[in-house]
Design a protein around this ligand. Structure first.
Ligand code: ATP
Length: 240
């Protein structure tokens, strides 16, 4: 079997006395979708921040394509082929949809015509090309989320980390995002997905990692994880 694309080795992240991540280890195989779940405050976004260089881990190693990337700033991590979306989507509101995606594409080229072409391609992928000339600030939430994904794809990543891309969407909009994630997988992209919607996680994930109070509580196939008693207890509170 080939080496995993991403390895998290004993990663901890402290904020003062709080361990937002505590000795977390797992890996993500090339081409797979890994679902990252856990109750509010479990440490999911902190782990994304540690992986993508926004907060360096306090301990442990993040290994991407066989290289330890701890301490690299986010732009260098992006250049190596990893990009993430944010839970709170904040497009450059006054710029057009196309210009927003071009900002992502400019991570790989300084030629505007090339960036524009790549940005348009990604707008086609997320089915937002018809809004290319619209101001980003005027998009409804469902389209803002797609714009965020297009911007990330335009950076030319091998691994994308999606932080609650279905948060705040209605069922029809969520379904579009699920189909998009599955299409990106079909194209060979590796993905890590934070999501609270368990049905969506069950449908898209090859494997699931569960965090609770900063620690890895469980890992396995989606079915194994939802049937795990400790996982159920963490979500529902201890059964009597
Ligand atoms: N910059 C920070 N400074 C201090 N504490 C932080 C910081 N970032 C996160 N935390 C704390 O770390 C813990 C984990 O937060 P995190 O946002 O990673 O959880 P989460 O699983 O993503 O939660 P949610 O599902 O609500 O988004 C929380 O107790 C949070 O308050």
């Amino acid at each position: 079997m080939s080496a995993p694309l991403l390895e998290i080795r004993h990663v901890s992240r402290f904020f003062g006395g709080l361990a937002a991540n505590s000795d977390v280890s797992f890996s993500v195989e090339q081409g797979a979708i890994l679902g990252l779940i856990g109750p509010n405050g479990a440490g999911k976004t902190t782990l994304f921040n540690c992986i993508t260089g926004f907060y360096p881990p306090s301990r442990g190693e993040v290994v991407f394509k066989g290289r330890v990337i701890n301490g690299l700033p986010p732009d260098k991590v992006c250049h190596l082929g990893m990009a993430r979306t944010w839970q709170k989507v904040r497009p450059l509101a006054k710029l057009s949809v196309l210009d927003n995606v071009m900002v992502g594409a400019l991570a790989r080229t300084n030629r505007l015509a090339v960036a524009r072409e790549r940005a348009m391609e990604q707008l086609e992928v997320v089915k937002l090309a018809h809004k290319a000339r619209f101001k980003a600030g005027g998009l409804p939430i469902g389209e803002r989320k797609k714009l965020e994904v297009a911007r990330v794809l335009a950076t030319g990543p091998e691994l994308v980390l999606l932080d609650e891309v279905m948060g705040g969407l209605n069922p029809a909009e969520s379904e579009e995002i699920i189909l998009l994630i599955l299409e990106l997988k079909r194209r060979g992209l590796t993905q890590m997905v934070i999501e609270h919607d368990m049905k969506a996680i069950m449908r898209i994930s090859d494997r699931v990692v569960v965090l609770n109070s900063g620690e890895k509580l469980a890992e396995g196939l989606p079915r194994e994880v939802v049937e795990n008693r400790e996982v159920v207890a963490a979500y529902l509170g201890d059964a009597p």
